[in-house]
Design a binder for this molecule. Structure first.
Ligand SMILES: *[C@@H]1O[C@H](CO)[C@@H](O)[C@H](O)[C@H]1NC(C)=O
Ligand SMILES: *[C@@H]1O[C@H](CO)[C@@H](O)[C@H](O)[C@H]1NC(C)=O
Ligand SMILES: *[C@@H]1O[C@H](CO)[C@@H](O)[C@H](O)[C@H]1NC(C)=O
Ligand SMILES: *[C@@H]1O[C@H](CO)[C@@H](O)[C@H](O)[C@H]1NC(C)=O
Ligand SMILES: *[C@@H]1O[C@H](CO)[C@@H](O)[C@H](O)[C@H]1NC(C)=O
Ligand SMILES: *[C@@H]1O[C@H](CO)[C@@H](O)[C@H](O)[C@H]1NC(C)=O
Ligand SMILES: *[C@@H]1O[C@H](CO)[C@@H](O)[C@H](O)[C@H]1NC(C)=O
Length: 531
């Protein structure tokens, strides 16, 4: 506590020094190209496909090592599947439970049946609380979860966002937002939200103010292809048509260190994340200069977890304590306005011909990735361009009255994918089936027996060692609770240490490679595969 008081004092004293770091800046545009935008129909960017290929080679070695531990039959395996992890939303419950799953996969940090699979992932997507997790891990250059607990979360989660109640930290945040306004950009509740969260999620007295999403591409673990490719998601709202919230077919945006955009028709385009905030028309810079720094990391994970639009009108944001606090900050910067309810982005797809749903708009309005009803960020991972074979879907949603998942989030992804003609998603049963067969309480493999779809290894929240169904609204955690939620997450990853889980998981993964399966797999697949 004393340490934190000291930190807040130092925010106050040094505010003048780094307040401006939050503001986007004018920079020269990349010289090589006349257009910064590309069509989604061209597949992955060259940068991403080159990076992912290099990553996959390293991931394959780790997977081979892990497989050999499960069954000697895999020693000869040559064709290995491409793996991804999807970390759901659900506030700090999801961040900490999801962190436990990473720990249970990470051979640097655990010794359970699944340890080593983190090293074998090519992609990691996170949404809302899961985006905080992606940001805390990737944004700090991929330390172990244990070191994040000890070095950061133990202390920062104990104090909560309301640390700023003394408003020492908030003084800095006001200065950050004023600097962004002065640079010519709108600020909203998502700015104050992202800044407050950052003091808990990123290292440094300044809450990682100078970190950007695109800057992650310069970190050593990224350049050495030593970690999975990080992606966060968000949903678009058609504010210009009077919408407060998206519907189930709302445009799903994704942002990575490389690109920002959407695969969905109506947008179907991407722009380099580094140049977000630039004024573009039909993909081309309007002036001689571009903008960098708009992709401030806290703003990006703040956008992925921005729920203020649910209030629909600014005054109603005050209904929650956190809403009131955020407005107290924002109102020092400008008068309340409807745009405050969203993460706002100067529209990079303005007048871009393929982006028919948004090409007439100067601003994009983005909200929490879960608002389309899909709280597990599978959308980026089921895109055929990424060629992913197996996804670990870690579901920490609070669907039921008691804050447990009930299958509805993954089912919505299946329903939407089917409606939009995306055929990579395995069939997902009804919520009634999830509940009656207990599919929401244990690991289940979906899509085993259909070679044309991705296999999803569903890893739902369950109270193996701790009552891990804490409310999404709980924003303050004592060190013991943080540790207990992470420890329970390790059990979620490894099915509570069940003896057959490692070898059976190997069967589920390798079935997708088309390999001949050892005879032990027959019983495994019968017990873990839903279909
Ligand atoms: C991991 O656990 C196994 C089985 O309990 C044990 O044989 C092995 O030595 C452990 N490895 C490490 C690095 O602790
Ligand atoms: C951000 O600030 C920290 C602390 O002042 C500094 O060490 C780091 O190099 C800066 N990073 C960038 C990308 O400017
Ligand atoms: C509530 O929100 C409005 C924004 O509409 C703000 O101007 C006002 O100061 C807030 N009121 C209180 C009591 O916090
Ligand atoms: C499942 O969760 C959804 C989302 O919270 C909820 O609307 C629905 O009522 C739940 N269904 C059942 C049967 O529990
Ligand atoms: C957690 O789940 C148990 C039942 O599984 C329930 O009794 C309890 O009220 C739940 N807690 C919360 C905070 O929802
Ligand atoms: C998990 O929930 C069940 C059912 O509510 C309860 O009986 C059990 O004690 C809980 N276990 C833990 C570790 O909280
Ligand atoms: C963090 O919390 C855990 C659990 O209470 C404890 O074991 C560990 O020593 C703590 N670390 C620090 C640096 O406080």
């Amino acid at each position: 506590m004393a340490l934190l008081k000291l930190c807040s004092l130092s925010f106050l004293l040094s505010s003048a020094v780094f307040a401006a770091d939050y503001a986007p800046v004018s920079s020269s545009c990349p010289s090589s190209s006349t257009t910064l935008v590309r069509e989604a129909s061209s597949g992955l960017s060259t940068e991403e496909s080159t990076w992912a290929e290099a990553r996959k080679a390293i991931a394959d070695e780790a997977l081979a090592t892990w497989l050999a531990k499960q069954n000697s039959a895999w020693a000869e395996a040559t064709t290995l599947p491409k793996l991804a992890l999807s970390s759901s939303g659900g506030g700090y419950r999801a961040m900490l439970g999801g962190a436990g799953v990473i720990k249970g996969f990470d051979s640097r940090d655990s010794n359970v049946s699944t340890s080593g699979l983190w090293q074998a992932l090519t992609y990691h997507a996170g949404l809302s609380g899961g985006a905080w997790l992606v940001a805390s891990v990737a944004g700090n250059n991929w330390p172990t979860v244990s070191s994040l607990v000890t070095g950061l979360w133990n202390d920062t989660l104990d104090e909560t966002l309301l640390l700023a109640e003394g408003l020492d930290g908030a003084i800095d945040i006001v200065a950050n937002l004023k600097a962004k306004e002065k640079a010519g950009f709108d600020t909203t509740l998502t700015d104050s939200w992202g800044r407050l969260l950052s003091y808990q999620i990123l290292y440094g007295d300044d809450g990682g103010v100078n970190k950007t999403l695109s800057g992650i591409a310069e970190f050593t673990e990224y350049t050495s292809h030593n970690a999975p490719f990080p992606i966060m998601t968000s949903t678009g709202v058609e504010v210009w048509d009077g919408q407060c919230s998206p519907d189930a077919l709302g445009t799903q945006y994704e942002f990575s260190p490389l690109e920002f955009g959407s695969w969905d028709s109506g947008v179907a385009a991407f722009v380099p994340t580094e140049y977000l905030g630039s004024s573009l028309s039909n993909g081309a810079p309007s002036g001689s200069d571009c903008v960098t720094g708009y992709d401030q990391l806290g703003y990006m994970f703040g956008t992925s977890s921005s729920l203020f639009n649910l209030a629909c009108i600014p005054a109603d944001v005050n209904a929650t304590e956190i809403g009131t606090l955020l407005y107290e900050i924002l109102i020092k910067v400008h008068e309340a306005a409807t745009k405050d309810l969203f993460g706002v982005f100067p529209n990079p797809f303005y007048e871009y011909t393929t982006s028919s749903d948004v090409s007439a708009q100067d601003t994009l309005y983005l909200v929490d990735g879960a608002e389309s009803g899909q709280n597990i960020p599978l959308w980026p991972l089921i895109q055929p361009a990424r060629g992913i074979d197996v996804i670990f879907a870690n579901d920490l949603s609070a669907d039921t009255d008691y804050n447990w998942p009930n299958g509805t989030e993954i089912l919505q992804t299946y329903t939407t994918a089917t409606a939009e003609g995306l055929t990579t998603m395995p069939q997902i049963p009804s919520v009634d089936t999830f509940l009656s067969e207990g599919l929401n309480t244990r690991p289940v493999f979906f899509g085993c027996n259909d070679a044309d779809v991705i296999t999803i290894i569903y890893l739902p929240n369950y109270n193996y060692s701790y009552a891990s169904n804490v409310s999404t609204l709980q924003l303050e955690y004592e060190a013991t609770e943080t540790a207990a939620l992470v420890a329970n997450g390790v059990e979620i990853a490894s099915y509570g240490g069940k003896a057959d889980f490692g070898p059976c998981l190997a069967c589920g993964i390798m079935q997708k490679s088309g390999a001949t399966l050892p005879s032990e797999c027959t019983d495994c697949l019968a017990s873990y595969c839903y279909n």
